[in-house]
Design a protein around this ligand. Structure first.
Ligand code: 3PG
Length: 306
């Protein structure tokens, strides 16, 4: 049984070693494809794989077609918008994610970006503090919850909007619940985005919503660039010279944003949210364990294409 770890953006070595150990202890073999730049390398590596562990690597219908033995693919992470679920389902391939495993890393980055933007990217004489400001958590899932918890320590007031989470659950955690997404943006100096990228959410954060933010408002995006309407963002940043945008992965039009708006915008060089040894270990080892459990016991917990 061959378990392929295919990561264009590699895991920390300690995580790869841990995955290998779990796989070999189960009597299977691990294959490793890292830093690939040509999708043909992925096709070749997938040709004899029974299982795959990926990060943001795109598992397209073509990848699936080139992996005739594939029975399970695990996205080591939360967002599985990189998996072609219908293509997997059509070939009876179980697709899973590892929810919660890298959440703390992403939450810490969201807060770090908030500080960085409040301090005007460390330009002297222009910084502000987070104490006493309102932060809006747009989607109160594993990451949103942790951002709320850490932001409380900064003395921020926490607001949240999430139609899929019970009001009482959020209130019990000291969060002010907003009934509409517009209310969240209107109340908060900082909004931290934690929605997934899907057909309902793509390009859903645009001019109308963002223009509701109070003076000096900053949007922090550690979710997906696809949820932003980038053309509308440019229009708004042109009109509202007080607003700022920080994103964990460059926008499609990042060069234009940087040229036009300088330190009012910031993008990490690569998606950095889960780039910690801890997150790699948590998500990588969970993926390996989920695969072993699936083969040994048929366990399909965390399957996302049921
Ligand atoms: C996730 O959805 O878990 C994060 O975006 C992490 O993505 P990465 O594994 O590509 O860093």
């Amino acid at each position: 049984m061959k378990i392929l770890v295919a990561t264009e953006k590699p895991f920390a070595k300690v995580a790869v070693d841990g995955i290998k150990q779990i796989v070999e202890n189960a009597g299977y073999e691990m294959a490793l494809l890292e830093n690939y730049t040509d999708v043909n390398d992925l096709y070749k590596a997938a040709a004899d794989a029974d299982a795959m562990i990926v990060r943001s690597d795109k598992v397209t219908a073509d990848v699936v077609a080139n992996a005739p033995k594939l029975k399970i693919v695990v996205r080591a992470g939360a967002g599985y918008d990189n998996l072609d679920l219908p293509a997997c389902t059509a070939k009876n391939i179980v697709a899973m994610n590892t929810p919660g495993q890298n959440s703390n890393a992403v939450a810490e980055l969201a807060i770090g970006m908030m500080v960085f933007m409040a301090r005007n990217q460390f330009n002297p004489g222009t910084g502000k503090e987070l104490l006493g400001k309102n932060v809006g958590i747009h989607a109160y899932g594993n990451v949103g919850k942790l951002v709320a918890k850490i932001a409380k320590g900064f003395g921020m007031t926490i607001y949240a909007f999430d139609p899929f989470v019970k009001k009482e659950v959020m209130e019990a955690e000291g969060v002010v619940v907003c009934n509409t997404v517009e209310e969240l943006y209107a109340k908060c100096h900082y909004v931290s985005l934690h929605i997934p990228a899907n057909e309902q959410t793509k390009k859903s954060i645009g001019y109308d919503l963002l223009s509701k933010m109070p003076k000096g408002g900053t949007l922090i995006n550690t979710a997906r660039k696809e949820v932003i309407n980038e053309e509308e963002l440019v229009k708004l940043l042109e009109e509202r010279v007080d607003l700022k945008y920080a994103t964990d992965v460059a926008a499609g039009n990042q060069a234009e944003l940087t040229e036009k708006f300088g330190t009012r915008v910031f993008a990490t060089p690569k998606k950095m949210g889960a780039e910690t040894a801890e997150a790699n270990i948590n998500a990588g080892l969970a993926s390996a364990n989920q695969i072993v459990n699936f083969f040994k016991t048929g366990d399909t917990t965390f399957q996302v294409n049921k």
